[in-house]
Design a protein around this ligand. Structure first.
Ligand SMILES: [Zn+2]
Length: 256
């Protein structure tokens, strides 16, 4: 009888230990979650606002998870609660329909006040970069700019969203190559069709036959990021203007 009790007791202790270990891990928050984050999401994130209650809860969990594992640091700028929530929202939106998604190639987001140049100077007239995914010494780091980050969410009438753009680059990069073909989420059998669509649409942009941001013609990497911004910002408009592209993106992002 005593033996049984001892076995049960040790099993219970092991259970507590495991529970504690996992609990510890889960609690290791890197960026504090703003107390009013649901309110901020509701006020500033159209994508979230349009979800049903169930999906809203799901979205909130993903935001919590992102902030628990990603550091957000202001560089000559203060990362305010709104900025933190918008960055997290930008990370969740493109992969919202892909369960268990993890940005394994990101540990920190740096927030600059405004645009910068290739030397990361924040002053001068040759600044045009609004965000970037780091490489080399900045591996696993993303840079966003406060003004553009906010504009992307506040202005709902255009097809731009810098945060979504940069997170799409990260998704693209996750298969090992930044090439506009996100093999980690795009089934191999659709790769050729996707490349074909990128090519056809790039020609349409060059011939001024569409309202897609011409920056998409720079290369396939930028095409994928730019068209994804459009897809998440104005899905109905993209569906009307480019039904084939819309259908493909819906499949890529598992929104169908
Ligand atoms: Zn880009």
């Amino acid at each position: 009888m005593i033996l049984v009790f001892q076995v049960l007791l040790s099993m219970f202790l092991i259970f507590l230990l495991i529970k504690f270990a996992f609990h510890k891990k889960k609690d290791k928050v890197v960026t504090p979650l703003p107390e009013n984050y649901k309110e901020l999401l509701h006020d500033y994130v159209k994508f979230y606002r349009q979800l049903n209650d169930n999906d809203k809860t799901h979205f909130e969990k993903r935001v919590e998870h992102f902030l628990a594992s990603t550091k957000i640091t202001g560089v000559n700028a203060i990362a305010e609660e709104l900025d933190i929530i918008l960055i997290a929202a930008g990370s969740v939106i493109p992969v919202f329909a892909i369960s268990d998604w993890q940005y394994i190639n990101l540990t920190e987001v740096l927030l600059y006040p405004g645009t910068f140049n290739e030397d990361f100077d924040q002053e001068g007239t040759d600044r045009y970069i609004a965000g970037m995914v780091g490489s080399g010494g900045l591996q696993n780091v993303m840079i966003l700019t406060k003004w553009q980050l906010r504009q992307g969410f506040i202005n709902n009438s255009d097809t731009h969203n810098t945060a979504i753009h940069e997170f799409v680059h990260l998704i693209d990069k996750m298969d090992g190559t930044l090439d506009g073909v996100p093999e980690i989420i795009l089934e191999r059998k659709y790769v050729e069709r996707w490349k074909q669509l990128m090519h056809i649409t790039t020609e349409q942009i060059r011939n001024n036959q569409t309202n897609i941001n011409p920056y998409a013609t720079k290369n396939t990497v930028e095409f994928f990021a730019v068209i994804s911004e459009y897809f998440f910002e104005q899905p109905e408009l993209l569906k009307a203007n480019h039904p084939d592209l819309y259908a493909m993106l819906k499949m890529i992002y598992k929104m169908g």
